[in-house]
Structures are given as C-alpha cells and as structure tokens.
Design a protein around this ligand. Structure first.
Ligand SMILES: [Zn+2]
Length: 392
C-alpha cells in the first residue's frame, strides 16, 4: 500500500509498526501520527465514537494508539481520548472497513502531525518554542459589557476578571493569516477568530491554548455567534426544554469544534490552570499542604476556581500526573458525572500511585459536570468537599 506522508519530518516507525499502521488504515481510514512524550501515537477514527457521533469522528480521530508501547508488547495501549475507553489493538485490525460501515475514506495516507512542524510553532519573548498564538486578541477585562464574549460568559455566570486571572483569558477578534482553517456552513470558519481563548501557562511558559465557540441557549433556541456577520444566529430550536433540539433548515451539517486547540500543542503534557493553581497555593496555603482539584474541561475548572485545573480531556496522561504530583501534595479529582462512569480517577490513581494522596470528589448527581453548576452551587460544593478533608 502506498502511504503518503504530509510532513517532511516523518516519525520513524519500525517495519512492524509500519505494518500495524497499514493494517489499521485499511479498517479505519487515514491516520495521523504524533510524537508525544511517552511515544509515537497513531490517531485513528474511534469506532465507538463513530457510532455515537457519526461523520465528524472521521476527522477528529479520538482513538490514540501508542505505537511504542505496542512494540513493547502492550496490546491494550489504545485509548479513546474522548471517552477513555481502552481497546485491544489486535481487535482493532479486525473491524469492518469504514466503507462497509457506511463512511467514505479518502486515499490511504498517514498524516504526520509531528510536534516539530515549524509552521505551527513560534518563539516566545523568552526564547521558548511554543505553539503559535490564536491571532489578534483583547483581554477580557478590556471588552465592553455588551460584547458577545462577555455576554456568553455572563449568560453562564462566569466572571470575566476571574477567568483572565486563571487562564489569561481573552477574545480573539482576528485570525492569523499564516494558518488555514476548515470552512463550515453559512460562512463560519473553524478557527479561533470570534472565540473565547484560554491559555495554558506552565512555569511561566504559554504551552498552548484552547478556544471555545460562543453559543448560548434559551428555552426554545440555540444561538451561535457568527463573527463575520457580528450576529447571533439561531441554529437549533425546540418546542419546550423537554423536547430534543431540531436543526434549522440549511444547518444540518454544521459541526463546529466546541473547543479548538493550538496546533502543535503537546496535549498530553498540558494542564490548564497549572500556574494559577500553584500561585493560589503560594498565596493561601503557605506552610500547609498544597492541593489541586483536577477536572476534565476548562470551564469545569473555571467554575471551581483556583486551585482547580483542567486536563482538557477524559484521560490523564503519565506526564500530566507527574506534573501534578510535583507541584501539589494532595490531588482532588473531580470527574464528570458520565452515565458510563468517568475513568479519570483510575487513570490518575494508576499514574500517581502512592506518591500523593488522591481523593475523588463528585459534584451532585443532578449536574453533568462542575461547569454546569451555578456559581453559588460551586461555592457550596467547594466548602462542603474541602472541610471534611481538612483542606479549608
Ligand atoms: Zn471514542
């Protein structure tokens, strides 16, 4: 099989790894390769997410396979970055090809997404190589109260100044010109422009950022902010809050990323809110045990406030856990209330082991995640969890 690489600096695969990648490709379509701290990973279309979410999964590719671990004999070194589910690698090579499952595949290719891709990176003012910024931005506290980004935050009861302190949060008003982005329905572009940007600062270095789309909903309509038209557009409607959302005509194919990540960002070694959590402990826990609250999404950690951090996914990597146990004495894990049950606690437990005490703290069952709580609920939750652990 002919394998086209889209990068000039490919990862080196052993012949066995190459054969595995080809076998996976015939079943799951094209593959993206990334060199990460703990090995070269192949990202493929997750068969379970494909069933759940359909077509978008064919380019999101949530299933990460650690090719180096596999080479060391780990058949279960395959995990969905969305759900945390672990797959047997040999079983993955036996799935029906994508075409037979009703999806088209392009020409077979491996898309290298090596972190050395220079067009994704830039040098910061201290000489560190970091992912390129999102574009032109304004800090949240520099925006007028009637700005769409402030409106989005207020509608969800977030405090712009607190977000700025925790994540150097800002609004991106213009995309950079040197990167290309996916075009979406109705003149939307899947780019950071027109989004809320949250930076990931680790030891003073801006190691990445995520940009959240601005959307708000009321009882009967779901609106997205269209930066080009500078207007909120109704994309979905429902008769009552109990009814399912129905797409408006012409918007059926609209699938924007809820969060966009900086390209070239080492996702597995990013902990959002890390520096703010360390600073919080320096200020308020001097001479006491330093603790951190580990949540899944950026707005979960925003809702809980410092020292809450986000691992920006459902699965914590070895590197993330190492960073957390280095900087904090006690880890509180606050997973989403998934129906399937979150895997976050077992992963963190597995990597942190006996190095640090790890406690699971669960938001009340009526909330899907911490981000869904009101600011008042979050304040009560925080006190009622920290007090019994002696962390107040
Ligand atoms: Zn999945």
């Amino acid at each position: 099989m002919l394998i086209t690489r889209t990068s000039s600096a490919p990862a080196t695969l052993t012949p066995e790894q190459q054969a595995l990648v080809e076998a996976l490709m015939t079943r799951h379509g094209d593959i993206r390769l990334a060199r990460e701290v703990n090995g070269v990973h192949a990202y493929i279309t997750c068969p379970e997410c494909l069933q759940e979410d359909g077509e978008p999964e064919t380019w999101k590719k949530h299933l990460a396979i650690n090719l180096d671990r596999w080479a060391q004999g780990h058949n279960r070194a395959a995990q969905c970055m969305k759900t945390g589910q672990v797959f047997e690698i040999d079983a993955l090579t036996m799935w029906e090809p994508l075409e037979k499952r009703g999806y088209s595949t392009g020409p077979p290719k491996i898309r290298d997404q090596l972190l050395i891709r220079e067009d994704y990176l830039e040098t910061d003012e201290h000489g560190n190589t970091v992912p390129k910024g999102p574009g032109l931005t304004v800090p949240l506290t520099g925006l007028p109260e009637d700005h769409p980004c402030i409106y989005y935050l207020r509608s969800r009861n977030f405090d712009p100044a607190a977000l700025e302190a925790q994540f150097a949060a800002c609004y991106c008003y213009e995309d950079r010109k040197d990167l290309k982005y996916r075009k979406l329905t109705g003149g939307f572009i899947d780019s950071p422009g027109g989004r809320l940007v949250l930076y990931i600062l680790q030891n003073g270095v801006r190691v990445g950022w995520q940009a959240r789309i601005l959307d708000v909903q009321d009882e009967q309509a779901h609106y997205y902010y269209h930066p080009g038209r500078q207007a909120w557009l109704t994309i979905e409607t429902r008769e009552t809050p109990e009814c399912p959302w129905v797409r408006r005509e012409g918007w059926e194919e609209f699938e924007p990323s809820k969060y966009l990540s900086a390209r070239g960002m080492r996702r597995n070694s990013c902990v959002m809110g890390y520096d703010a959590a360390m600073k919080w402990n320096r200020l308020y826990r001097a001479g006491k045990k330093r603790f951190v609250i580990v949540s899944e999404g950026p707005l979960d950690s925003a809702r809980l406030g410092s020292p809450a951090v986000a691992i920006c996914g459902k699965v914590a990597s070895e590197k993330q856990c190492e960073m957390l146990s280095e900087a904090f004495d006690v880890l509180l894990v606050c997973p989403d209330n998934d129906i399937a049950g979150s895997k976050l606690m077992p992963y963190i437990g597995q990597w942190v082991g006996a190095m640090r005490p790890v406690y699971e703290i669960k938001v009340p069952a009526r909330f899907k995640d911490a981000g869904e709580m009101s600011a008042a609920d979050a304040a009560v939750f925080r006190v009622s969890t920290l007090a019994p652990l002696g962390l107040l």
